[in-house]
Design a binder for this molecule. Structure first.
Ligand SMILES: [Zn+2]
Length: 117
């Protein structure tokens, strides 16, 4: 028998997901990208594209939007490889698919370092 000592994960609401992902956008892309992302999220909500049973879906939707609009075609860039985006998935975290490691929780991405070549 396995008993988890941690508290039950609180249900994540759509609003919490939005706040966390917008934090990641601002950290990595700056305030103007955050404004654009927030406007996109508002539009999605107005169009009714909100899934109460799967609030995390907005992360994928917003990521696709950021890619397709060329705000950043690899957002959020993997800090290990710099060549591919992270994918949002299990444990509500950003993952590097090449190494299958968790990089950061949603809302916890670090600002990109200045690229010294
Ligand atoms: Zn990677």
């Amino acid at each position: 028998m396995v008993l988890l000592s941690t508290a039950e994960a609180a249900p994540v609401t759509y609003q919490q997901v939005v706040e966390l992902v917008l934090r990641d956008v601002e950290t990595t892309l700056g305030p103007s990208a955050r404004d654009e992302a927030a406007a996109f999220v508002r539009l999605e909500r107005r169009l009714g594209n909100v899934r109460d049973d799967h609030p995390e879906a907005i992360v994928d939707t917003l990521q696709t939007y950021i890619h397709d609009c060329f705000i950043d075609p690899t957002w959020p860039s993997c800090p290990l490889h710099h060549t591919h985006p992270l994918w949002f998935g299990k444990e509500d975290s950003w993952w590097c698919v090449m190494d299958d490691v968790s990089i950061a929780p949603l809302g916890g991405l670090a600002a990109p370092r200045d690229e010294a070549s």
